[in-house]
Design a binder for this molecule. Structure first.
Ligand SMILES: Nc1ncnc2c1ncn2[C@@H]1O[C@H](COP(=O)(O)OP(=O)(O)OP(=O)(O)O)[C@@H](O)[C@H]1O
Length: 241
């Protein structure tokens, strides 16, 4: 089966040692693959490369077996993402923002309307349906961004720190949405600082440090934190000065 995402020796060198280097990563259909790492490790940079928001200085990236340069609008319509700030038109209400997000992915109007209603239910946003995005709290704006990224049942979902600003109820709702999409065959790449949270949902956890993938963590490991810091510490010891 074709991987939802493959990166091969992917790199973006910002100079002075910053960036990401030699990244070989896959996300399979039905898999939730988590990236964990300290601040500045390179998670966002990697996601921006995968989404074509940043040009690589080396290596390649494929979505559903096709190189990014060969993807057209229909292919990108089958990707959902939330990296950095959730995007929404501030003057438009939640319902209209969601419908528009679906329409921008070439989904017909009637289907876009029903996807928007369903997404609001999934992320408990229905009571804000007629509230403009600029009046939402930070957490509800995040929910709106997550709804827009997942409502159209993408084949590949890329989320950077999706639990940012979410309350515990939002975290649970997000977990349910991601599990449903993965069960339906989506590949999901998600970054997080919260090891316990990631362990609840991810099938695979990759550790990023100083722009490199340095190992994996078993989500069932009893002491995830200790194993994480042991990997990072070892990488810090081993790397050339
Ligand atoms: N546009 C840029 N120009 C130069 N350096 C950059 C740029 N973007 C990121 N960096 C550097 O690349 C490294 C990785 O940053 P990145 O934002 O990818 O880390 P992160 O793992 O997402 O961090 P955090 O957990 O804090 O969000 C950092 O050293 C950062 O300063």
């Amino acid at each position: 089966m074709t991987e939802r995402l493959t990166t091969t020796d992917l790199a973006r060198d910002f100079g002075d040692g910053a960036g990401v280097f030699g990244i070989d990563l896959t996300v399979r259909p039905g898999e939730i693959h988590a990236l964990v790492g300290l601040n500045g490790a390179g998670k966002t940079t990697l996601m921006r490369l995968i989404l074509g928001m940043l040009h690589p200085t080396g290596g390649a990236c494929q979505i559903d077996g096709r190189r990014l340069a060969h993807l057209g609008a229909d292919d990108w319509a089958r990707v959902g993402h939330l990296v950095e700030q959730p995007f929404a038109y501030p003057e438009l209400d939640v319902r209209t923002n969601l419908r528009l997000a679906a329409r921008l992915r070439r989904i017909p109007a009637a289907r876009a309307a029903s996807l928007a209603e369903h997404a609001m239910t999934e992320l408990d946003l229905t009571r804000y349906a007629t509230v403009s995005a600029r009046r939402l709290s930070q957490g509800n704006r995040q929910r709106l961004g997550l709804a827009a990224a997942t409502q159209h049942h993408p084949d590949l979902i890329v989320l950077d720190e999706p639990t940012n600003a979410l309350d515990p109820a939002g975290v649970i709702l997000l977990r349910t949405v991601l599990s449903r999409r993965a069960d339906a065959g989506a590949g999901i790449l998600v970054s997080s600082h919260h090891l316990d949270e990631v362990a609840r949902i991810a099938h695979r956890i990759s550790v990023v440090n100083r722009g490199r993938l340095i190992g994996t963590l078993d989500p069932d490991t009893a002491d995830l934190e200790r194993t994480f810091f042991a990997l990072v510490y070892q990488h810090e010891q081993d790397r050339p000065r």
